[in-house]
Design a protein around this ligand. Structure first.
Ligand code: SF4
Length: 390
């Protein structure tokens, strides 16, 4: 028995008894919660506090917008640039070095590397950029850039789409963790007129295969779901269970990001409504109930007026927050200042702590060289020393 709380809902009492909830029970819970979400939210809150105490974490990062050309097209994306657009970013290695040095001055710990999906497969501009920098692929560039920022005292976390197993293995040497959003496991969302139709890399099978390869390689992975893109609640629940299945097998999913959809004016989905807050909270709470110990993150900039209320439905992390670079994936939504996040977390009853781009319980996944480098900034609990990040 994890808690003395007794609820009317039998399935939730089972979870509080420390047993796993089944998919069918989650479908039913979702339906029940439409009118009365209180018991679901309360259970998620209890599980969150048992597993993560009164702590909420974030990662102090710099966002390296390495290459935003992309061979795919998702109907909601504003990150992707076209050649000639003013937002086009193809960072030179010397740009990476300059930003890394600045990020170190700001006492960031994470270097978040983001690229579109294999830009060199479609764009001559990307091939020229790589050639000029002395590389033949984006992955090769990222391997070099990771080594570079590590030398500058930052810890890389690469999110570059569907990397091959060989590429993942190379990047594992320098990246303390890596990221790949599953988005959703539904094939329906890849059909004509649906958000992932133009993005073969987002089709569930190849996406799950990359997460599986990362599991076989023992790479701590951040993954997550995009909530409110036209999925059914059952597809969201199926997606959470798909992540659970991988994690049950490999134990390598360090974090699930739940990102609420926000329409962008210059996209095909500009008229699609943003994710409704209660629906989003139900998804957060269900994720906590399906994976009680998981690290669950929502990006605070996408719920600017209510993010702290998500602490009471199961989240325990605010993700990467940058004091110096914008969120290039959601540039319309600037990150709240770290001191405001701390104030609002504290008002909700939680202490803010800075983590590395790898969660404490995953330190054993990385090589001793990386662990030694983190040791200088480690507070003893595998979080970042307060005196460093403040
Ligand atoms: S794969 Fe990523 S960068 Fe490419 S269009 Fe989709 S969301 Fe945008």
């Amino acid at each position: 028995m994890l808690s003395n709380l007794t609820l009317d809902c039998e399935a939730l009492n089972t979870v509080l008894d420390g047993k796993e909830i089944q998919k069918q029970e989650c479908y039913e819970l979702f339906e029940l919660s439409q009118n009365a979400p209180e018991e679901l939210f309360k259970t998620a809150n209890v599980l969150r506090n048992i597993n993560h105490k009164k702590i909420v974490t974030f990662s102090k990062k710099a966002f390296f917008n390495i290459a935003n050309l992309c061979r795919d097209t998702c109907s909601y994306c504003t990150y992707k640039a076209e050649p000639g657009e003013s937002k086009l970013s193809l960072m030179s290695i010397s740009d990476v070095k300059v930003l890394a040095r600045l990020a170190k001055k700001f006492r960031c710990t994470e270097a978040l590397f983001v690229t579109g999906e294999r830009p060199e497969q479609t764009f001559q501009e990307a091939r020229d950029w790589l050639k000029e920098e002395g590389f033949s692929s984006t992955a090769e560039y990222l391997i070099h850039a990771s080594e570079l920022v590590l030398k500058e005292g930052l810890f890389p976390h690469t999110n570059a789409g569907n990397l091959t197993k060989t590429e993942l293995a190379q990047l594992k040497k320098t990246n303390v963790s890596m990221g790949l959003m599953l988005e959703n496991v539904s094939e329906r969302l890849t059909e004509e007129g649906m958000p992932h139709h133009g993005a073969p890399s987002k089709y569930p099978k190849p996406r799950l295969a990359v997460l599986q390869n990362a599991g076989e390689l023992g790479i701590p992975m951040t993954t997550g779901l995009l909530v409110g893109i036209g999925e059914t609640p059952y597809e969201i629940i199926d997606s959470i269970f798909a992540i659970k299945k991988l994690h049950d097998k490999y134990g390598h999913i360090q974090e699930i990001i739940l990102q609420n959809f926000q329409p962008k004016s210059d996209t095909l989905m500009n008229a699609h409504p943003s994710a409704e807050e209660n629906y989003f909270k139900t998804v957060v709470a269900l994720t906590r109930i399906i994976l009680p110990q998981m690290n669950i993150q929502i990006p605070p900039n996408l719920s600017p007026s209510s993010y702290q209320s998500f602490l009471s439905v199961g989240i325990n992390d605010w993700g990467g927050i940058s004091p110096l670079t914008p969120d290039y994936v959601n540039p319309e939504f600037s990150w709240p200042e770290i001191k405001n996040i701390e104030k609002n977390s504290s008002k909700a009853g939680y202490d803010l702590k800075a983590r590395f781009p790898i969660y404490p319980e995953f330190f054993d996944f990385v090589n001793s060289d990386l662990r030694e480098k983190m040791a200088e900034l480690n507070d003893g609990d595998s979080l970042v020393k307060e005196g460093y990040w403040r």
